[in-house]
Structure formats: structure tokens, C-alpha cells
Design a protein around this ligand. Sequence first.
Ligand SMILES: [Zn+2]
Length: 56
Amino acid sequence: MLSTCKKCESNKLFVEIQGTRRGLYCGECGTWQKWITKDELQIAKFRGYKIIKKEN
Ligand SMILES: [Zn+2]
């Protein structure tokens, strides 16, 4: 599980959930990091990342 952006190294990451896909994005530069698993979503929640749910 990433803790910093691969582009700008910011630690302000957030998760966007759209349907069954969960993407990890940088809150600083907006770069998509990776798709995350259900387990990684739990880690994201634990770390206090912002979780955004998008409707299709
Ligand atoms: Zn970034």
C-alpha cells in the first residue's frame, strides 16, 4: 500500500470508489496511483484517507 504519491511524493492521498473500482489518487496533483483491493481500502480508512464515493 502506497503512502505517498509516486509523482509529487505528497502524503495527501484519497480513495475514489466508482462501482466496483477503487482508485487511489493524489490529493495534491490528482495523479492516479493504483487500483486498490478491499483490504487496502481498510488500510486507507485506518490511515484516515478521504473516501469519495461516485455514483455511476
Ligand atoms: Zn501527487
